[in-house]
Unconditional design. Sequence first.
Length: 57
Amino acid sequence: MENPFKQINQPLKEVPAELKSKVMHDIAMAKLLMDLAELFSYNLGHVIDTVSSSRKK
């Protein structure tokens, strides 16, 4: 079995353009889904802060 830690000091290899574009597309889709989920969900921290500050008054 080859020691994987010997590869740490090696120079980075170039990634194929197709793979890089696919990964970047997947990341963009994940970010879009996260933004949409945030848009349609409650920001619980803000809700708790608003409720606790309105009770003090």
